[in-house]
Design a protein around this ligand. Sequence first.
Ligand code: SF4
Length: 406
Amino acid sequence: MSSAGVAEDGGAGFDTVGCDMFPCYGNRTDTTRRYTLYMVAPVIPITKADTSARALPIPAAAAGAFDGTTLRDTRGRPIRDLRISVTDRCNFRCTYCMPKEVFDQNYQYLPHAEVLSFEEIERIARVAVGLGVKKIRLTGGEPLLRRGIEDLVAMLAQIEGIDLTLTTNGSALAAKAAKLKAAGLHRLTVSLDSLDDKTFRSMNDVDYPVDKVLEAIDAANAAGFAQVKINMVVKRGVNDHDIVPMARRFHGTKNIVRFIEFMDVGATNGWRMDDVIPSREVVARINAVFPCAPANPNHVGEVAERWKYTDAGNEDAGEFGVISSVTEAFCSTCTRARLSTDGSIYTCLFAQRGYDLKSLIRGGASGDALREAFIGIWQQRRDNYSEVRTAETAKAKKVEMSFIGG
Ligand code: SF4
C-alpha cells in the first residue's frame, strides 16, 4: 500500500484507491438502506454480448445536418458537453449510485479488453469537439482509479478550445491533484454527500472518512484548482440535515456546493419520490440562515441553477447551486452526450440503450465514418426523460450511472 493508500492490482489497469476496508460488508442497520428493497433487480454482468444487445442502430446522418460549426438535435439543442466514463469501477458504494447489494464481490466489471483505450477516447473526443463540443468531463465510476489518468488528461488537454474537467470522490485526489493540474486539467468537481462523518461513511458505504475528502479539497485548492465544485446528493431523512452545515462550510470560499436532487438513475438505487428534497426547499433552508439571491447562468444549458449569497458588504460571500432534475426538468437546454466505459454514446442520463462507437473504431472505421455516425446519433436525438418521469418510468431498466459517468 503506497503512502496515499493506492495499491497496484497486478496489471488490470486500475488502482484500488483509498481505504482497504472495501469490500467490507459493514452493518446493515443504517437508515440509508430502508428503501433499497423497493426496486432492486439483479443486474446481469455487462459483457460484450450485453453491449451489442444494448446497442441501437446508428442512424444515417441527414444531408446538411451539420452546419460546420454546431450540431443540433431535433429540439435545436447543440452538442456542447461530452461526459466520458473512463472506468465502470469505483472504490465507494454510494447507495444512490452503486448499491453494495448489486455491485458486490461477485459483480463482473467490464473485461479490460472491452474498456476504451486512451487513444480511442481521444479519437472520439476530437470528433466530438469538431462538431461543437466545448466541455469534456472525465468521470466513471471513479476516474482516478484508471491507471495513467494523468496521461489521458495530458492527451485531451492538447485539444484546443475545450474546458477539461473531472469529477471524483476525492479518495485519491490529495495524491494526484498536482499531477492532474500539471497534465492540463482545468477544473475539478468532488462528490461530498455529508460533513457528518457517520452519515458520510454510511452513504459511501465503505466506511470512508469525511476528513480525507475535505483534506483532498484543500489539496486541490493548494494545487491551483482555485474553485472546486462540490456535489452533494440530498436524500430526505438521510443527509438533508446537513444542507445548512454544508452551505456554512463553503460559504465565503471560492468553492461552490451544488445540492443535487436524488434521482432515479439506473435501475438499482431504490428511488422513491418521497426521498426527494425539492431544490426549492433546499434554497429556502439555506436562505433562512444565509440570505441569497438567484444569479444568471454562466452559459445556456448550465445544469446547476446558481444562487449568490447576499451578505451585506461582502462581495466574496460566494455562491451555491441546485440541480433539480426531478422537480424542475431542464431537458429543453440539455446539451450533454455521454460516452460509456465500453465506448457507446448515450444521449440521456436516463437512457436504456446507446450507440456503439467502439465496434466502429475497432472495425477500422475512418475518421469521416466516425464523424458521420456522431452526426447521425445527435441529429435525431429527442431525449426528455425528466419532462416525462413517472413512478412507472422510474422502474425502467436504465443504464447505470456508474457506467456512463453521471
Ligand atoms: S433527463 Fe436526459 S435529456 Fe433531460 S436533462 Fe437529463 S440527460 Fe438531458
